[in-house]
Design a binder for this molecule. Sequence first.
Ligand code: KIV
Ligand code: ZN
Length: 538
Amino acid sequence: MAADRLMIFDTTLRDGEQSPGCTLNTEEKLELARQLARLGVDVIEAGFAYASPGDFEAVQLVARTVGTVDGPIICSLARAMRDDIRAAAEAIKPAAHSRIHTFISTSDIHLEYQLRKSRAEVLDIAGEMVAYAKSFADDVEFSPMDAGRSDPEYLWSVVERAIAAGATTVNIPDTVGFLTPTEFGAMIRGIKENVSNIDKAIISVHCHDDLGLAVANSLEAVKNGARQIECTINGIGERAGNCSLEEIVMAMHVRRAFFNPLFGRPVDSNEPLCLVDTRQIYKTSRLASNLTGMLVQPNKAIVGANAFAHESGIHQDGVLKNRLTYEIMDAETIGLSENRIVLGKHSGRNAFRTRLRELSYELNDTDLNRAFLRFKELADKKKTVSDWDIEAIIGDEIRLVPEAYRLEQVQVVCGDHAEPTATVRLVDAQGVERTDAAVGTGPVDAVYKAINRIIDLSNELIEFSVQSVTEGIDAMGEVTIRVRHENRTFSGHSANTDIIVASARAYLNALNKLQHALANPTNTSGALAHPEAAAEKV
Ligand code: KIV
Ligand code: ZN
């Protein structure tokens, strides 16, 4: 099947959500799916519908809300099993454009130890289950799992059988991130040259990053005929993660002269090679990080804090003379505006709303009022309020789960000759105030202990980090935390010029999510899972 551009298949909500310690509730998945649609991905793999009622609901909600006529294709993963495929078909039904993605392993090691089936059996199952999926959806994707370690000739026969049964996309996963670019490119070329009906399907690739080669392998696959890449925001995913969406998209953008001829275009064509709106990249990265609690390393390509920073004197000198001396792309291309001063303390609600629109935020009146009050507070404390500050306020104010507890006040006494002591006052959903105090090993510990005296939700703090939003002594600090409760992880996030306040609010954010999950057991993926499907979360 000819494709004159690259399809971007985002699996942040499925493979990305399989990152160790990452759980998103339904509201968070929906928020991220909306942003992925604004980003312009072709396909959103919204989850694994059969894995649990929570996963099913999330896929269905994304299909209903984001799967509009001009929206992306909404996809659910399904093992090559009838029950899985039926659940996937049912969950994606509300979407205007939908896809079932079914898979079965093809490597001998998986066949022998995991599936305990022969090659012939798996070949038949692949054909039968693609045909079964086809009875529910026109758009069916098939993946031979662990293709990277599969015998090439057997792989070709499975792919051929899947296409004959109706698969419109065949996705070749390097499930364990084992291959080098040359090997993976040869594997894709081998499929193109040896699968007789390959012209009836799009070749897709799905690379894991165990050896740090996921992006390189995916690009090599494009060189050899792949026309869809499966990837995630910030490269999150199982183990070392997946191919990173922002790196792929920017490689295709910055090096379009290299890729254009592969798509039959003149070298100097400026027509984008994929439909992603690059100006939404930074915002999507921030949102994914805030919601999942998975921080982006500072030196991460494209979206890391240092990606556009120049430290060495020689580099700075060069950039001042001509940016192109040391920069291959403009930060504005990914939506990272210069840290410009947009508003001050005299700016009114209208100016604030207009700036939010320019940053592509549409808030309802309640959220807008809250965000505006926070902006005013910040503008009183901080001389200059930048776009980054505004993004941090928005990330902080949009709470996707009901607030069972809200921070009314926090006060701390600490210092080298003081015992760190915190007093906190919380207000519950009924408006009842409760105050308590505790002593801790440090100010944050004291605050968390005081909160624990009011909210009785056992948990273990497994990650705590503070980053500054902008430069300068008056910068806001962003706190991201993760807590564990009975093998499930909940993240919390908050930004404030006072990092103790941010720490308290981040903790409450995580506890509110935990409380929400306990009150709505199907709301978080993995909850009440079909045991064998959850155990096998791909
Ligand atoms: O890594 C993998 O093989 C997968 C498949 C389900 C595509 O995630
Ligand atoms: Zn995967």
